[in-house]
Design a protein around this ligand. Structure first.
Ligand SMILES: [Zn+2]
Length: 399
């Protein structure tokens, strides 16, 4: 029979808990850490000293403190520890340097044409961005790793994109392509964009303190990120949460995945534009429909009502299955939800089971369109937060 955890294991666990706390909540006094982490003052002092020695946090006298009495020192994450975060969206690619504590220190972004492009052509601009950002990195800063968000089904081990209907990728080696252009043997953690968006909102956005939350992101398709019982729901292979491909209308329209009547064929941007009798694609077109509806355009109003109703059907299904505290609408779905919240809520109320839906809050992202970027950074920091001293050894930065 295995004995309980050793003193060393407990210490490492507590180091991770302390670092994670100040990383996600920001500078925190020793007194508050003592209360929040349920540890005594001398333990907090010893853990903090270890993290200071590893260059992961610094301690400061709180601002505005007078001369009287001894202040409780504030523990602050060291932003010199940084990651690169990347997002590959239907319309743009973004790269950022993000410091411990979730501070975006630098960022670059470029629009990309919709449609099919090999991964190498999508990731080449990311490598250029990294090179241009590196010029401004102070010599004392330390690289931790990289994370990338992509609207796709991604194999965890190697970042192979199994399916990304809207860029036409089937079994495309995105992880390998990124590794090649970044010129580093330090692996990039690649994850589904909606999974990272919900992680970001849970860590430092709308869903802080909510352990059961669903994030719905609309761009070319619909992505879903689910946290249940405080843990990400990603399934056996990491491909779970594909809520856009819940079949809601077996006689409906063909979907990019090859099936018919998927939820995203009823609530995606194409569904909204088609119902409003409009061509084109993209967030601007979705916003144009919302603005036309606000001006009284009958076709736009009817389209929004129809899409919001279908949105409510799917949300009711998800609420019945997961009983979340919160559902967050991001991307183009944010616009649809804000314009037709009553319709969504009314359909949820008619189709959701009362016990499942009675406490659910419907929200929009606090981090806005940055949620995926922040989530990609969180993924890159994950190993460091799990075991700070082990992962704090300097990594080789991309060259
Ligand atoms: Zn589908």
């Amino acid at each position: 029979m295995r004995a309980g955890p050793s003193q060393e294991e407990i210490r490492r666990f507590n180091l991770g808990a302390l670092l994670r706390y100040v990383h996600s909540r920001g500078p925190t006094s020793r007194a508050e850490l003592t209360a929040r982490l349920g540890l005594n003052r001398s333990t907090i002092g010893a853990l903090t000293a270890d993290l200071v020695a590893a260059g992961l946090v610094r301690e400061e006298v709180p601002r505005g403190h007078g001369r009287a009495g001894r202040p409780s020192l504030v523990v602050r994450p060291e932003p010199g520890m940084y990651v690169f975060a990347f997002t590959i969206d239907a319309d743009r690619v973004t790269a950022a340097r993000v410091g411990l504590g979730g501070v975006v220190l630098d960022r670059r972004e470029v629009a990309r044409p919709r449609g099919e492009l090999p991964p190498v052509e999508v990731v080449a601009p990311l490598a250029d961005f990294v090179r241009s950002m590196q010029a401004a990195i102070p010599p004392t800063a330390r690289y931790v790793g990289s994370g990338a968000a992509v609207s796709a089904m991604v194999r965890r081990e190697d970042g192979m994109v199994r399916l990304a209907p809207y860029v036409g990728w089937v079994d495309e080696p995105l992880g390998e392509a990124l590794g090649k252009v970044l010129g580093t043997d330090h692996p990039v953690t690649i994850r589904n964009g909606a999974d990272l968006r919900v992680l970001a909102e849970h860590t430092r956005g709308a869903a802080v303190g909510c352990d059961n939350v669903i994030y719905l992101h609309g761009d070319a398709g619909i992505g879903g990120g689910i946290i249940a019982g405080g843990r990400p729901v990603t399934g056996h292979g990491g491909y779970g949460g594909e809520v856009g491909h819940m079949v809601v209308n077996p006689n409906g329209k063909p979907c990019g995945c090859g099936a018919r009547g998927c939820w995203e064929t009823e609530v995606g941007e194409q569904a909204l534009l088609r119902a409003a009798g409009r061509d084109g694609y993209g967030r601007e077109q979705v916003t144009a429909v919302v603005e036309a509806a606000a001006r009284g355009d009958a076709a736009a109003k009817a389209a929004l009502r129809d899409v919001a109703d279908w949105l409510g059907f799917g949300v009711a299904n998800l609420v019945n299955v997961f009983n979340p505290e919160m559902v967050i609408f991001g991307g183009g779905l944010r616009e649809v939800y804000l314009a037709a919240a009553a319709q969504v809520r009314s359909r949820l109320n008619r189709n959701g089971l009362p016990a499942c839906r009675e406490h659910v809050r419907l929200r929009t992202p606090v981090l806005g369109d940055d949620a995926a970027l922040i989530g990609a950074a969180e993924a890159a920091f994950e190993a460091l937060l799990a075991d700070p001293l082990d992962a704090a050894a300097p990594a080789v930065a991309p060259t």
